[in-house]
Design a protein around this ligand. Sequence first.
Ligand code: SF4
Length: 245
Amino acid sequence: MMYKYLFGPIQSRRLGRSLGINLLCGKICNFNCVYCECGRTERLTGQRAEYVPRNEVIAELTDFLTTGPKLDYITYAGSGEPLLHNGIGEITAFLKDNFPLYKVALLTNGAVFVNHNVIDEAMQCDLIVPSLDAVSPDIFNRVVRPLPGTCPDAVIEGLVMLRKKYSGALWLEIFIVPGVNDTKHELLLLASAAKRISPDRVQLNSLDRKGTEAWVKPIGQETLQVIAAKYFGAFSVDIAAKKDQ
Ligand code: SF4
């Protein structure tokens, strides 16, 4: 069977051997991040819909998983925000009912949790990895270029609510864009938001492959280690960056 919605499995540094599920057709997201490795958002929307037929996704999963592949995670990722697909809860329930030995991870920008009902759909995942790259509205807008009207305070409240309801693993990702969200002021705000969200781990990320905007530059491992020690000492921190040149 040729797969349209499954990709990999790939060997992921954080997740081990991971089978990806892409629930979107084209780049559909409520953000248009300057560092996004999928390129510019083609459809900037907060509309939840059945962007690809859930039955076809379930058929592909059944075909692939019945062979009993060794996987550390089945991961919602791909070309945009997975929570914009309104069948994600149903697909996860299918996986949990039929293939309970597999763990399910969700990579998300976290903004859809502003709608607290969506939290219930994500709760069956074993691991949720939301991102939060800024707290000040102007910095937030410069880094993630969200759907107009998206407020970082509301996104943080959604993540705090997620943590209250969800007992699975929660890793908070922060992408550092040098010269934009790496000021002392912004890092202190991010550290304080992280304390409120209370993730199990914090991951500091830097550009690895080409981002959407050429002006976004990587930041080195040692610099991120300094940021981790100075601002995120209260957390278990993972650093995802290359060595400083
Ligand atoms: S939220 Fe993720 S998929 Fe959407 S633009 Fe940002 S990095 Fe890309």
